[in-house]
Structure formats: C-alpha cells, structure tokens
Design a protein around this ligand. Structure first.
Ligand SMILES: [Zn+2]
Ligand SMILES: [Zn+2]
Length: 170
C-alpha cells in the first residue's frame, strides 16, 4: 500500500487494498494466514505530521495451544501510525509497518477461544466438544478430602430441597 505524500492533507484519504496473505510470509508453526488480508487505511497530513489509521482483517487457521484443535479465525485489528514528513521521501509505503504490527501482536498463547476448556488431563478428550467423567471424579475426591463438611452440606441441599416453610405457633 503506497500513497503520494503531496496528495495528503487534513481530510482523511482512504485506501483499501486486499493483500494475498501468503505474500507477507507471516506464518508460524501455530498460525497460518489464508486468503487475503483486507487493509483499510485513512491517511491524514497536518503540516509535517502524517497519521495513518488502519484496520486489518485477516483470516487465520490456528492450532489451539490448549486443546490442539485447528480453528479458522477471522481477526480484526486496528493499528495507528504517526510519521514525520521530514523522514520520508515522496511516497509513504505502509506494507512493512503493518506487517510488523501484525507480527508484534501475535498472541503469546494461541487459543481457539478465550474460554477454551482444553483437554482432559486424564483421558485426553477435548472438553469443548465432549464431557467425560474424569474431572467429576477428581472434583469429588478433592471436595470430600479438602472441604468434606461443606461438600456434604451442599449435597444435602440439592437432594432435599425445601419448598415451603411453615412455622407452627404453640
Ligand atoms: Zn482450544
Ligand atoms: Zn476425561
């Protein structure tokens, strides 16, 4: 994405471009970019200052670090840039700057969704898709050994629910 600096002024100048994701070579072992990156940028120039507001929509296939599922995600990101006119030539080339921002904002831990339940540590089943009884069994063990009293109380409440209370005056 390239713009001629002399054409920029205080009115935002919008440029939209679809970039073949593979051309930017950003894939890592757990993130693979597919299709195109949709980049929309608004360029504004106020004297020597150039401001660029960008919105990048990318499609990625990720491998969740918690449950190992492969998931296709569409991600929207907004990046803001400021350039000093004096450090530039006649054109402003945005590709490298945007690419770097995307790489900088790679998640430390790639997740299929923020509340991914992960894999059962006992039987290995994916807890997002299926339920197993292993965790229940562990919970029961923990509850009975650590907070035996409270656990029994809670169990009593659920099993015998009091629907009405009537006080009898003598
Ligand atoms: Zn996951
Ligand atoms: Zn399990």
């Amino acid at each position: 994405m390239k713009v001629a600096i002399e054409t920029l002024n205080e009115e935002p100048f919008r440029v939209q471009e679809d970039i073949v994701a593979q051309d930017w070579g950003m894939d890592s072992f757990d993130i693979k970019f597919i299709d195109t990156l949709s980049v929309t940028a608004d360029f504004t120039r106020i004297k020597k200052d150039i401001y660029v507001q960008t919105e990048v929509i990318s499609k990625r296939i990720i491998v969740c670090s918690r449950c190992m599922d492969k998931v296709k995600q569409t991600v929207r990101q907004n990046f803001h840039f400021h350039f000093d006119r004096s450090g530039l030539r006649d054109t402003l080339e945005m590709d490298n700057a945007i690419r770097e921002e995307i790489l900088l904002h790679f998640p430390m831990k790639v997740l299929c969704k923020t509340d991914c339940k992960g894999l059962c540590t006992v039987c290995g089943s994916n807890l997002n898709h299926s339920r197993c009884d292993c965790q229940k069994a562990i919970h029961r063990d923990l509850s009975s050994s650590v907070t035996a009293g409270r656990f029994q109380e809670a169990e009593g409440d659920t099993e015998s629910q009091i629907l009405e209370r009537e006080y009898i005056e003598e």
